[in-house]
Design a protein around this ligand. Structure first.
Ligand code: TYD
Ligand code: MG
Length: 449
């Protein structure tokens, strides 16, 4: 049903162009079947606007600390930035079957010991949810469930019931009476989310929205969802492995560098407190040709192992083979190694592999690659628990890389005791138990190895 002042129009989900009438092809970008019904009205666009705010000096703004509640699941708390903020909206995205419902039912069961919670399911029946909760051994006597898909009904219920924490599983199953399009369509998802976000902000309810991920890997429905919420979490994992990683791609109440790691087991998701094992291959003792680099993958630092094998070649053109790394980069590094450290490999085959199928494209990986190659060439392992990063310049200098502190912090967090890094990235004050080896030239590093 449309109210006065509202008007239906059609929006392309690819380019965002608006059209007054539906057609099979977007007139702007030419994509087929992308026009979706959308509601244009002043009320849908306004999340909260207070009339007549005056200008204030930042120093005079009263800073109330955000009330936070620990969810009881430490890995989740960490990703959220130290607990759940009241009135915040968290979007949890992930492939079907990855464990979103499991994680949130566990979270709510834990939260419901101290606050009033509500789990809204639009996908599964109440029996299915209860059965799972019982199987997981959760306290079901304080777990409150609701099966409903109309967002106006949900909000009516919530206004009278006043839960302090609310889970919507999933946003794609909801619909609003004000739109005619089917649940899960872009306009429905956006309208339902907008109404729920407004409710959460007005009533200081902590809100979790579950969102499915499309084949392309983005949240089904528009990216606008990501702009509407405070925190966007992605739940990822290899379906063939038990491990699941939760990471923040946006967080208004914390950093996006934290990673929460879980293992899916018989009794739901268990926390994994030492996840470095996932990305590093396990050696009982140090082996030649292996170096640990601190690279930034996406938005966060990650410890990744580089492996090199150097073997004498019988070919006139020795082989330079790389996996997870650009081949030209390796050729360049070998040239620098020859010219500035006097180590010749013109009669050697060189193979370099980045463990775990990670693709490294940033220059900060240079130094670790050089170290791995040198270590294999000399058949001498690099001292264990050493993390390495830095760019190698053509003049044989070790150039600084961005986010040096963050990389060091990541290495320290995972129990590394030694770091080889560019001199310009060396921290000014001594950092805890991490032994720092700041290098200016490649020759310094080779000498230290
Ligand atoms: P679920 O939370 O339903 O995924 P989502 O809501 O993201 O679609 O998780 C379902 C998967 O998790 C399912 O394939 C079975 C598995 N699982 C376990 O292995 N152990 C458990 O204790 C539970 C509850 C689920
Ligand atoms: Mg689910």
């Amino acid at each position: 049903m449309q109210k006065a002042g509202q008007k239906t129009s059609y929006q392309c989900t690819d380019c965002g162009a608006l059209a007054a009438k539906w057609s099979g092809q977007c007139a702007d970008c030419g994509a087929w079947n992308t026009l979706q019904e959308t509601l244009v009205s002043k009320t849908t666009m306004r999340v909260s606007r207070n009339a007549g705010n005056s200008i204030e000096i930042a120093a005079d703004v009263v800073l109330a600390s955000e009330p936070r509640t620990a969810t009881g699941i430490a890995e989740l708390d960490r990703v959220l930035g130290g607990g759940l903020v009241h009135g915040s909206v968290v979007l949890l995205g992930g492939d079907p079957g990855i464990g979103k419902s499991t994680l949130l039912i566990q979270t709510l069961a834990s939260l419901s010991a101290g606050m009033k919670t509500l789990y809204l399911t639009g996908e599964e029946s109440l029996q299915q949810v209860t059965l799972r909760a019982k199987r997981l051994g959760l306290a079901v006597d304080t777990l409150r469930l609701l099966s409903e898909t109309c967002v106006e009904q949900i909000l009516d219920t919530c206004r009278s019931d006043r839960p302090q924490a609310l889970v919507i599983d999933s946003i794609q199953t909801l619909y609003s009476e004000s739109l005619q399009s089917a649940p899960g369509s872009v306009s429905q998802v956006r309208e339902c989310a907008a109404q729920l976000v407004r409710f959460a902000k007005q009533t200081q309810t902590a809100l979790f929205l579950v969102g499915h991920v499309t084949k392309e890997g983005t949240l089904a429905g528009p990216r606008v969802l990501e702009h509407m919420v405070d925190t966007v979490l992605y739940f990822e994992g290899d379906p063939s492995s038990r491990f699941r990683v939760i990471r923040a791609v946006k967080n208004r109440f914390g950093t996006v560098n934290e990673l929460g790691v879980f293992a899916m087991g018989e009794r739901g998701l268990q926390q994994v407190s030492n996840p470095s094992a996932l990305f590093l291959s396990q050696h009982s003792q140090p082996v030649p040709g292996s170096a640990i680099m601190v690279t930034r993958h996406g938005t966060r630092p990650l410890l990744v192992e580089a492996q090199a094998l150097v073997d004498s070649s019988h070919l006139s053109n020795p082989r330079r083979v790389t996996l997870g790394l650009e081949q030209n980069r390796l050729s360049m590094l070998l040239a620098v190694l020859h010219r500035h450290a006097g180590i010749a490999m013109y009669d050697q085959d060189v193979f370099v592999n980045v463990v775990g199928g990670v693709r490294v494209s940033e220059t900060a990986a240079d130094l670790a690659i050089v170290c791995a190659v040198y270590s294999s060439f000399r058949d001498q392992p690099i001292q264990s628990q050493t993390a390495i990063f830095g760019e190698v310049g053509l003049a044989g200098e070790i150039r600084p890389v961005p986010f040096g502190e963050e990389r060091l912090y990541e290495a320290g967090k995972h129990g590394f005791t030694r770091a080889i890094l560019p001199a310009a990235n060396a921290p000014r004050k001594h950092t805890g138990r991490l032994e720092i080896l700041a290098a200016e030239r490649l020759a310094d590093v080779i000498e230290a190895l």
